[in-house]
Write a protein of this length. Structure first.
Ligand SMILES: Cc1cc2nc3c(=O)[nH]c(=O)nc-3n(C[C@H](O)[C@H](O)[C@H](O)COP(=O)(O)O)c2cc1C
Length: 158
């Protein structure tokens, strides 16, 4: 398994899609916060999902999720998937991307790289442990992020 990238710009500048669920019932959303690293001697991907996201339900219901990265030309599609909720649109049909099975989860044909992840751990980011300015600027509405750590079980390259 190998994936070489400039990890800071990979999430922050290029963005990614976080997808969870099965062929019949999945959801996806754009993310720009995340990390790749190691814990408990396993290669892992870490993502942060606000409780209000429809994708949050799918992260809780499913053992696997994927993090997928796209060529620059799909930025517009990623913008839409990061602005509209799966509660208001059919993300499978309306996203402009082609959903495909990826290991035990789902991704999209247009992805350059898909990390298939098995959920290992999740925890709420509680405000008591955050810097005050972060609480003020990002959590005035109490819609906190949950952190999900997944073991990267496969790296699929299209
Ligand atoms: C560039 C970008 C990055 C985003 N990153 C995150 C993120 O890391 N975590 C998060 O909870 N929401 C993030 N969002 C917001 C969700 O993608 C957005 O609320 C989406 O509509 C949720 O879809 P859902 O309700 O179908 O899950 C981001 C949005 C954009 C445009």
């Amino acid at each position: 398994m190998e994936f070489t990238t400039d990890i800071f710009s990979q999430f922050d500048k290029k963005w990614a899609l976080l997808t969870a669920g099965t062929e019949d019932d999945f959801n996806t959303m754009t993310i720009s916060w995340g990390g790749l690293g190691t814990i408990w001697n396993k290669p892992v991907a870490t993502v942060y999902v606000r409780e209000s996201r429809y994708t949050h339900d799918f992260m809780d219901k499913n053992e696997f999720f994927t993090v997928s990265f796209y060529p620059e030309r799909y930025k517009k599609e990623l913008g839409v998937l990061g602005a509209k909720s799966g509660r208001e649109m059919d993300k499978m049909k309306g996203s402009g991307l082609t959903a495909v099975k990826a290991g035990n989860s789902m991704s999209f044909k247009e992805a350059e790289v898909t990390l298939v992840c098995r959920k290992l751990f999740m925890q709420r980011l509680i405000k008591e442990n955050m810097p005050e300015d972060v609480v003020k600027s990002l959590y005035a509405d109490n819609d906190f992020h949950d952190m999900y750590i997944g073991e990267v079980t496969e790296i699929l390259k299209q």
